[in-house]
Design a protein around this ligand. Structure first.
Ligand code: E4P
Length: 220
């Protein structure tokens, strides 16, 4: 399962990229707006920093306008993936972009039925939002499991990207469910690496090592 960061913050992206585990980035209009800068500058920096798939989202709501926007976004870099919403207009636009050999990510997916539609237009990525479904007392992980099973049974090539993840266990369970990609905010990435026994173990190793150094110095 490839790990993506869900952010437009270049410092967060640089930090996780430094760990050697970052395979891509997902952005959305809210995340880009949070940066308070010209989106073109924000996207350019991300596209140049991470060589993997970078999702850039359209904001037009009508298929023709969305398609023109999608063409522009796709031209920004070879690793740009155009995000379109799971709406009738998004599907119509996405189908045309796929026809132009442009990689698309169908976003705001909240049901297996919607995920089938995304696969049928030949989307490169489908993004089911787990956390937001949990927020309305539904079963986000259950939805993901059904989608991965349907894709397996049907032989769909579309990559399933588990989105709107809120905790390390969301990441672990997404991997178990067979997601191809998991995207998460910086704080979830930071929690993935942490375990109190790792910290404790390292502290003990270093203390024992220091004791040996002191003993050897004493003997000299
Ligand atoms: C994915 O592409 C979305 O940007 C993202 O996962 C949404 O997550 P949120 O529900 O935490 O905003």
């Amino acid at each position: 399962m490839r790990l993506f960061l869900d952010t437009a913050d270049i410092e967060e992206i640089r930090e996780i990229n430094r760990w050697g585990v970052l395979s891509g980035v997902t952005t959305n209009p809210s995340l880009v707006a949070r940066e308070g800068q010209d989106p073109d500058i924000v996207w350019k920096e991300i596209l140049e920093t991470v060589p993997g798939d970078i999702s850039l989202e359209t904001t037009a709501t009508e298929a023709d306008a969305m398609y023109e926007q999608g063409l522009e976004l796709a031209q920004k870099a070879p690793n740009a993936v155009v995000k379109v919403p799971m709406t009738a207009e998004g599907l119509a636009c996405g189908k045309r972009l796929v026809g132009d050999d442009i990689k698309i990510n169908v976003t705001l997916v909240f049901s297996p039925a919607q995920a089938i539609l995304a696969a049928e237009i030949g989307a490169y990525i489908v993004s089911p939002f787990l956390g937001r479904l949990d927020d309305v007392a539904s079963d986000g992980m259950g939805m993901l499991r059904v989608i991965t099973e349907i894709y397996e049974v049907q032989g769909y090539d579309t990559n399933v990207l588990a989105a709107s993840l809120r905790s390390p266990m969301h990441v672990v369970e997404s991997a178990l469910a067979g997601a191809d990609i998991a995207t998460m905010p910086f704080d979830v990435f930071a929690k993935l690496v942490k375990h109190p026994l790792t910290d404790l173990g390292l502290e003990r190793f270093l203390a024992d090592w220091q004791t040996l150094q002191n003993d050897l110095k004493g003997e000299a």
